[in-house]
Structure formats: structure tokens, C-alpha cells
Write a protein that binds this ligand. Structure first.
Ligand code: ARG
Length: 589
């Protein structure tokens, strides 16, 4: 009988432990165990060790092989090349390890050893403006990272640093004061469907009308400027109108998040305005400590390595010469709040790569001021979403594409795919599945590309049933559910004594990697590696189906149960992984 491994142990870990035990003089030396094409694993650690011990690597490798226990994990170990070890695992070790995994709700994924507190800044659109594809990336990537970190036991505080402060609010509020009915619901002309769309239509109209006046009427411009001062000083009437604008926008944002199937809690929406009261302190501290200096009236921080095209240093402007505060000041105040009050160990910023210089300067300033420990803050910069022409995604008229329109189109495309595959569905069933497929497709396309890279927004590819798409993964999941339904009363049961076919071994060993993959994804903040893992998992499952009949397995009832077990664990792993990415796995497709 195979021994029962502990919950967290993977096959990988069990082999690594056996290698370390076989070579006590190696101490904590890493056996450098990797999956391999030649055998199940290859260990390359003997090479480095031999070098350190000034011995012959092949001889040392042979010593390791001799010292290895003959237990039920290792089926064979061979020395190859200059001193690699090619290692083959027993079928029973694979099945029994997976059985332990399956008995655990967390699928054997351990909690982080030293979880801390992370504040993550993501999904930060701008008030009174449309959400565009850039906000898609920040929302989808941020949401995935939140879930992956929380799954590991990290305390995660979400901060949606929305753009709700700045010069344009003087203009908008002043216009509202002079045109009090502008935001009234009755004056709706061309509101779209839904409450959120109507709110955005009103805001757009307000924005355009006030902009026209601002650009053409010097006196209005002056009144708008004074209004901004009132706003920042906390004048009650001004604040109330500003609030109205912010609330309208939040209604719109929530509509988009709802369609995107991402939960954003109101309490976590802490925009630029929230830091207003601390801005004077930020200025005072930076000036007194000498971190910032006055230059032509503005309060600036200089950096040796940040220069403009003319060779002159480009400063970070904390306060403008007219006394106004900008984007940098609120970000500095936010750092003080997140480290000082929220007691974060790490700060993450899921923001467009084009803001990299801003964050570099802000982080360095906060460090010089003593507000931010070294390495505590990190921007996770993402690339640009491109159109099929390879240029930043724009409408034909050259305008930025509304996120909501893209989502609607993705759902429409998905509806075609769903209806074609399952003609028996009612229209409302099609609509429900199309939303899960279409939104999943958009999220997956974004998350499966390494975040710093640009990618082309191509719906045809995104909703395709084959290739590296979420539909392919959702289909893999649904197929297992369909097999389980057909299995009737037969339950998935692991039988470690059964021999495994090559496709079963490959699937099983890939399943074995789930916990390690998640750990590394959480450490490096790279959700695309989880997407890649899941895609490979689905591909292994496809090969397994081709080669190994499940319900008609040639080896009789125990083999049926064991294959069902493999299918089921694969489906649970797919579901868990997809859900961490924020993607639904419908039971039928
Ligand atoms: N509102 C900004 C934008 O849409 C993103 C804010 C990023 N976060 C921050 N703390 N600056 O570009």
C-alpha cells in the first residue's frame, strides 16, 4: 500500500525531501528539481554541490542514487550527462498525493508563512469621465491580485484612488451653480439603458457644456478658479454640489463593475479628495526637512537622474506656484496614510506603465522624507490595449473607446457562440451564459498576457473555443461536469494501486504543481502565470480524454472511479484557479 502523504506535500516536495535526506553533507543545498521531458523530474543540484565540495559530479550523483531510499515514491533514478539525476515517480505516489489534495477544500494550497498587510491601489477611474480600456486593465489585474493574495492569507486593503479632485471640479461646480437644473434627471435627453448610463450621459453633457464656457468666457474661467479655492477650503454649498457629481459618477462606475462582474466596495473608494486635509502637512514636512525646495514659487523635489529633453532637471511638483495641489501631493499623502495609519507592509499600485516616472519620483520622495521603507512600494505597471492596427485602441473618430461598449460587444459575440453550441437553450439562458463567457473572455485575454506587455483587443480571438482562451478553459470545466452527470451514481475515487497511462501521469504531475504555481504567482504578482498554468491543465485534460476513456475505461469499475477522480480534481483546480482570476466556470456550456 502507498503511504498517505501529508496534505501540503506535493510529489515535487516529497522527491526534493528524499534527495536532501540522501545527501546530508549537502545541508540545505537546493536539489534544483525541475519537471523534465526525459523523466518525470530532473535534479541538477549535484553539479553545483560537487563544485563546492571539489568532487567529481558524476561520482557524487552516483552516491546520491545509492543513498536514496527504495520506497514507494521513486520508481527509478539515473545519472545522466555530467551529473544530472533523471527521476521517475511511481504511479501510486502520484495518485496517493493527489488523493490527499482532493480531501482538502484548499486543494493543498498552504497559507503564506508570514502573511502581512498589503494596500493595493487599483480600479481608479476619474469622476465625470468615461471609463476606458485602461481602466479595464487596472480593474481586472487588481482584482485578480487581491484574490490571489487573500487566498494565501494576506490582509489586503483595497484603495480605489479615483480622480475626484483637481481644477476641473471648480469648473463643473461653478457651471452647476449657474445652471442648477443641469444634473436633473428630468432633463435627460439621450440616456442609455440602465441607471448608470443615464448618469454618465448627464455628466458628459455637464462636462462638455462647462468646458465650452470655460474655454470661451474669461469671466467664467475666473469664477471657476475661485470656485476651486472654495471647494478646497471646504465651503459647504460647493462641497454639496461636488458631492453630487462624485455620486453620479459612482453610480456609473458601479454599473460598469457590475457588468464586469467585479465587486468594488464603496468603503474602499478613497479618492484623491480624501487626502485634502493632510496636503498642508505634507508640504510643511517636506519643506522643513529640505526634501522639497521652492523653485519659481512652486514646491519641488529634484532627482539627479530625472531630466527633461533640454537636460534640465524635471522636478516632482508637490505644490504649484498658485498654491494648488496636484496628483503628486495626494499620492504622497496617501502613502503616509497607507504606511502610517493602515500599517501596510507593502503598497501596490496597479497603474498604466505610462505613469512609471510619476511613481518613481513619488516613492523616492516619500523615502527621502522617511515615510516609506525601502522596497515597500511597487508599481505594477501595465501595458497599453491596442486596436487591430497595433496603435492604442481608438474609435474610428479617434476617440477613446468606452469600456462599457466593449463589454457589451463581448457579450453579444459570446451569445452567438453559446447559441450555436447549445441551440436548445432559452434566450434568457443564452444571455446568462453569454455574460459569463463574454466577460470571462475579456478578463482572460487581459490576464493571460504578461502585464507589462501591450496587447491587441481582438474579440474574435478572445471568444474562440480553441486556443488559449477562457472559453476553452470553461469548456474543459463544463465537460467534466457533463461526464460526472453521465456517471450517474459512480463516485470519483482514487485508487493508488492502479497503473497510470502516460496521459494520466502527465495530467497528475501537472495537478501536483498547483500550489507551487500559486505561491510563485502571489510572490511575483504575475497572474498571467496562473492563466498559463490553467491553460496547460486544460490541454493535459484534452489529451487525457483523447487517450483514456473515462466511463468506458478498459480496466473496469476501479479504473472508471480513478479516472473520474482525476477529472474531478482537474475541474476543481480549474474552478479554483479561474475564480482567483475573477472568471466564472458555468456548470454547462
Ligand atoms: N485616476 C488615475 C487614472 O485614471 C489613476 C490613479 C492611479 N493611482 C494613484 N494612486 N495615482 O489615470
Amino acid at each position: 500500500m502507498a503511504s498517505v502523504p501529508s496534505l501540503a506535500a506535493t510529489v515535487h516536495q516529497r522527491v526534493a525531501d528524499a534527495l536532501s535526506a540522501a545527501l546530508p553533507e549537502a545541508g540545505a543545498a537546493d536539489p534544483l528539481l525541475r519537471r523534465s521531458d526525459r523523466a518525470d523530474f530532473q535534479a541538477n543540484g549535484v553539479l553545483g554541490l560537487a563544485k563546492r565540495l571539489k568532487g567529481n559530479p558524476r561520482e557524487l550523483a552516483a552516491k546520491v542514487v545509492e543513498a536514496l531510499p527504495s520506497d514507494d515514491v521513486l520508481a527509478g533514478v539515473e545519472v545522466s550527462g555530467p551529473g544530472f539525476l533523471n527521476i521517475t515517480i511511481t504511479d501510486s505516489a502520484i495518485t496517493s498525493t493527489l488523493a490527499a489534495r482532493a480531501a482538502d477544500d484548499r486543494l493543498g494550497v498552504p497559507y503564506a508563512e508570514n502573511p502581512g498587510t498589503t494596500v493595493i491601489d487599483y480600479a481608479q477611474p476619474n469622476v465625470a469621465k468615461e471609463m476606458h480600456v485602461g481602466h479595464l486593465r487596472s480593474t481586472v489585474i487588481g482584482n485578480a491580485i487581491v484574490q490571489i493574495l487573500e487566498h494565501r492569507g494576506e490582509t489586503v486593503i483595497r484603495r480605489h484612488h479615483i480622480g475626484d479632485w483637481g481644477t476641473q471640479f471648480g469648473m463643473l461646480v461653478q457651471y452647476l451653480i449657474e445652471h442648477p437644473h443641469e444634473l436633473d434627471h428630468e432633463s435627460d435627453a439621450a440616456a442609455g439603458d440602465g441607471e448608470g448610463e443615464a448618469a454618465m450621459a448627464r455628466l458628459n453633457r455637464l462636462y462638455k457644456a462647462s468646458r465650452v464656457l470655460f474655454d470661451s468666457d474669461e469671466e467664467f474661467k475666473e469664477r471657476a478658479r475661485r470656485r476651486l479655492v472654495d471647494l478646497q477650503a471646504g465651503d459647504a454649498e460647493t462641497r454639496a454640489l461636488w458631492h453630487k457629481i462624485v455620486d453620479e459618477s459612482k453610480i456609473y462606475f458601479q454599473g460598469v463593475y457590475h457588468k464586469l462582474d467585479v465587486e468594488i466596495r464603496d468603503a474602499d473608494v478613497v479618492g484623491e479628495s480624501a487626502y485634502n486635509d493632510d496636503l498642508m502637512n505634507v508640504v510643511k514636512d517636506l519643506e522643513e526637512s529640505g526634501v522639497a525646495v521652492r523653485s519659481e514659487g512652486a514646491l519641488c523635489v529634484f532627482f539627479d537622474d530625472v531630466k527633461g529633453p533640454d537636460g534640465k532637471p524635471t522636478p516632482l511638483i508637490v505644490q504649484k506656484s498658485n498654491g494648488g495641489f496636484g496628483y503628486a501631493a495626494t499620492d504622497l499623502a496617501a502613502i503616509r496614510d497607507r504606511i502610517g495609519t493602515l500599517k501596510a507592509d507593502s503598497l501596490l499600485y496597479v497603474v498604466d506603465a505610462r505613469q512609471a516616472l510619476h511613481f518613481r519620483m513619488v516613492f523616492e520622495t516619500a523615502r527621502r522624507a522617511g515615510w516609506l521603507p525601502d522596497e515597500a512600494a511597487k508599481q505594477l505597471p501595465f501595458g497599453t490595449v491596442l486596436g487591430k492596427d497595433g496603435k492604442p485602441f481608438k474609435t474610428r473618430a479617434g476617440e477613446t473607446v468606452r469600456l462599457i461598449d466593449l463589454l457589451d460587444e463581448a457579450i453579444e459575440r459570446a451569445a452567438v457562440v453559446v447559441a450555436e453550441k447549445a441551440p436548445e437553450l432559452t434566450p434568457s439562458e443564452v444571455a446568462e451564459r453569454a455574460a459569463q463567457v463574454g466577460i470571462g473572455a475579456v478578463k482572460y485575454a487581459d490576464l493571460s498576457t504578461s502585464m507589462s506587455r501591450d496587447y491587441v483587443f481582438d474579440l474574435d480571438r478572445m471568444v474562440s473555443l480553441s486556443g488559449d482562451t477562457s472559453v476553452y478553459l470553461q469548456y474543459a470545466y463544463a465537460r467534466v461536469q457533463s461526464i460526472k452527470r453521465k456517471a450517474g451514481g459512480i463516485e470519483p475515487v482514487a485508487h493508488p494501486d492502479l497503473p497510470l497511462a502516460p496521459a494520466e501521469r502527465a495530467l497528475g504531475l501537472h495537478l501536483d504543481d498547483f500550489a507551487d504555481t500559486l505561491a510563485s504567482v502571489a510572490e511575483t504578482y504575475e497572474p498571467h502565470k496562473l492563466a498559463g498554468y490553467l491553460y496547460q491543465l486544460a490541454s493535459h485534460l484534452t489529451t487525457f480524454y483523447d487517450q483514456c476513456p473515462v466511463l468506458k475505461a478498459e480496466g473496469g469499475p476501479t479504473m472508471v472511479e480513478n479516472r473520474l477522480f482525476l477529472c474531478d480534481l482537474t475541474a476543481r483546480t480549474l474552478r479554483q484557479g479561474m475564480s482567483l482570476l475573477g472568471i466564472r466556470t458555468p456548470e454547462r456550456l
